[in-house]
Design a protein around this ligand. Structure first.
Ligand code: DGY
Length: 320
């Protein structure tokens, strides 16, 4: 019997591509750029299984097309790019890649917290530009991180991993979440708060909620107005969780000290004013971007596909 046909929308790291070629017949050779709409549609129509990424929109119209697809493995933990109801109605199993990217995303969140507080990107640009006249007592003074209050919005796997790392900085955690969470041994204090109270209290607010209709623009003008003018906002979740226009406005009016953004409302486009704001650090959606993590994400996609193609339940099926 010939192996199932697998469509992969984007080139994945070498070990994943090698494993995919060994187990499946590839629909085509994926490239490092987004596929054309026609290729994407054909892949989903003609393959038995597919791996797509967060930049591929799998919407109702696309899912209305005839297909033999049994499983669509999303190469991400978030799956807001897929119309889950339409896929489920069509009998297509949707899976994601939880757990394996928790640490890399939590690490990157910390990179942003430290970068905005200690003006890391600004300092790097200053030295490279040859503008540094030498050490001075009042030069590029930043903000302490140690001993401050870290506000975590969304206390899932990534939120908790971010919270655990705060113990080394002797920070108190306040978090908003539907369910209470207890810190493990050696962790700092974790206090549950309603979102408005968290925003008033925290020195750093970091977002770790999935993008859903309820979390779209969860942080807008009203929420930003509650934050301390000395506080920083960090977003490594999904861009549309923040109203980018309202954030730019708050930053321009100095209603907020700064922001660390790994995600944007309309990636790769972002609000033009962000480019000119020195108190903002901008990253190109690097949350899970380590080689080891991206390999693990691919292997999980393949495991889920192998399961479904051999009639077993997918370990990471996203339930509705
Ligand atoms: C995810 O998995 O949702 C990440 O954003 C990918 O980098």
């Amino acid at each position: 019997m010939s192996p199932p046909i697998l469509y992969i929308s984007r080139l994945l790291p070498d070990p994943v591509m090698a494993a995919a070629r060994q187990q499946f017949q590839l629909f085509n050779e994926p490239r490092d750029i987004a596929p054309s709409w026609e290729t994407f549609k054909a892949g989903l129509r003609e393959a038995d299984a597919a791996i797509c990424t967060l930049t591929d929109r799998v919407d109702t119209a696309l899912l209305a097309e005839p297909t033999r697809l049994k499983i669509l493995a999303n190469y991400a933990v978030g799956y807001n790019n897929i119309d889950l109801a339409a896929a489920t109605a069509k009998g297509i199993v949707i899976t994601n890649t939880p757990d394996v990217l928790t640490d890399s995303t939590a690490d990157l969140t910390w990179a942003l917290i430290l970068a905005v507080a200690r003006r890391v990107a600004e300092g790097d640009a200053y030295v490279r530009a040859g503008a540094w006249p030498g050490w001075a007592p009042t030069q590029m003074l930043g903000t302490d991180v140690s001993g401050k209050v870290l506000g975590i919005v969304g206390m899932g796997r990534i939120g908790q991993a971010v919270a655990r790392r705060a113990a080394g900085f002797n920070m108190r955690i306040c978090y908003s979440s539907r369910t209470p969470h207890t810190p493990g041994q050696g962790s700092s204090q974790w206090d549950q708060r309603a979102l408005p109270d968290l925003l008033r209290e925290a020195d750093f607010v970091t977002l770790h909620v999935p993008l859903t209709p309820e979390t779209h623009h969860l942080i807008g003008a009203r929420q930003l107005a509650l934050m301390k003018p000395t506080a920083f906002l960090i977003n490594t979740s999904r861009g549309p969780v923040v109203d980018e226009g309202a954030l730019v406005d708050a930053l321009l009016r100095r209603r907020l000290a700064g922001a660390g953004l790994d995600v944007f409302e309309q990636e790769p486009v972002f609000h033009p004013s962000l480019r000119d704001l020195r108190q903002v650090v901008l990253l190109p959606h690097l949350g899970s971007a380590t080689l080891a993590t991206r390999v693990r994400m691919g292997m999980i996609c393949l495991e889920n596909i192998a399961a479904v193609c051999s009639g077993r339940p997918a370990p990471n099926q996203v339930s509705r």
